[in-house]
Design a protein around this ligand. Structure first.
Ligand code: TYD
Length: 136
């Protein structure tokens, strides 16, 4: 289902020297930025994620290389290929995500609306489904 895919396009400040992208809190992403982290050096065949967040919002950008992200809102699921530093994908809360097919040069930049909080994670898919149903 394509409605799950919300791209965030960045204005590339490119000139003869190359490219520069800016991400400002609440302007270029639809939330206040409280944390960034990046996933890199992912071994061949590794899959990550397998969780949803109760409240956290994120934008993920493959600033180098590529990977796939499976998104699942409890009803529909889709796979998104991330392969460009010029756009990211917006992940609202309550989306189950599974990342796979990382290229060896993949650097996945993750921009998040809150500090790390293990209590915000739902790491069990059945629990995710019942949480979504409860929320209606
Ligand atoms: P994990 O949630 O397994 O990553 P992913 O969902 O991408 O597969 O996180 C790996 C480890 O890093 C885990 O021990 C928790 C820790 N971690 C932090 O301490 N702070 C953070 O902001 C994140 C994202 C993870």
């Amino acid at each position: 289902n394509r409605d799950l895919i919300k791209w965030v396009n960045f204005d590339v400040k490119g000139d003869e020297r190359g490219s520069l992208n800016v991400i400002e809190s609440s302007k270029d992403v639809p939330f206040q930025i409280e944390r960034i982290y990046y996933i890199y050096g992912t071994r061949t065949g590794v899959t990550r994620g397998y969780h949803a967040h109760k409240d956290l919002k994120q934008v993920l950008i493959a600033i180098s290389g590529s990977c796939n992200i499976k998104l699942d809102d409890g009803e529909y699921s889709t796979v998104v290929h991330l392969s460009s530093p010029e756009r990211g994908i917006y992940l609202d809360s309550l989306l189950w995500r599974e990342m796979s097919d990382f290229s060896s040069d993949c650097v996945l930049l993750c921009i998040a609306s809150s500090y790390y909080d293990e209590d915000d994670y739902i790491r069990d898919y059945a629990e995710f489904k019942s949480y979504v149903l409860k929320r209606g």
